[in-house]
Design a protein around this ligand. Sequence first.
Ligand code: GLN
Length: 282
Amino acid sequence: MIPAVGASLGEAWRLASRRIDRLDARLLLEHVCGCRHADLIAHPERPLSAAQAAEFEALVARRAGGEPLAYLVGSVWFGDLAFRVTPAVLIPRPDTEVLVELAVERAQAFASPRIVDLGTGSGIVAISLARRCPDAQVTATDVSAAALDVARANAIRHGAAVRFVEGDWFVPLGDERFDLVVSNPPYVVEGDPHLQLNGLPFEPRGALTDGIAGGDGLACIRRIVASAPAHLRAGGWLLMEHGYDQAVEVRGLLVAAGFLAVDSWRDNAGIERVSGGRWPGA
Ligand code: GLN
């Protein structure tokens, strides 16, 4: 327990560090008290108010119960931007940065590229692309209205002009075509023990898996690959994030669908994390 009355910053940090990771304890304390790391170092004797102590205690208990830090503080960094997150959206992973990098490189070949991000969640991919490709027209879809609320708030926060539309994958887009289709769809195999670890039980299951028990996790990727040709302009690219062991299969799907220049790219951990190809006819 953190003493509710009269506890100092230093004492609260020390006691919490016995129950949760020391860095997480610090970040929760900074969140509750609106202070910085430097304040904790320079003024460890500063007292918490009774309300701050109670809020800190509650958050430490939730973190000890496995809730992800990002949901407790309501924010996470992706690239050089801080994004709002709630349990309605998957917590952005650094793995996804390679998807953004690859999309930015490809967008540069088009004068005013039309880009769509399918299953945008918190909006990190669409918003990062809109900021880094100022001439692009960026659209983002998601089947979850609650996720789109989070994404819209993030777009406003970062001054990104993104058009958000609610619906499943390409469904709400009619017959629109794009130069770049990007997605970080659900791809963890339903039943994978990983789903029980590292806070994943607190994340929206529909953002992690296709829900098909005994499947291979690729149902959403198959749907996207099957529909993409009707939504790509000649010479446009499809880029999708996938699981650590899915690159060979995803390349197979892309080749079978008629994509050219099919390839996979590694994330910062050295894992083949994104695969994609170019629709012919440029
Ligand atoms: N990379 C995430 C994980 O393994 C999953 C992200 C996703 O399903 N798109 O935890």
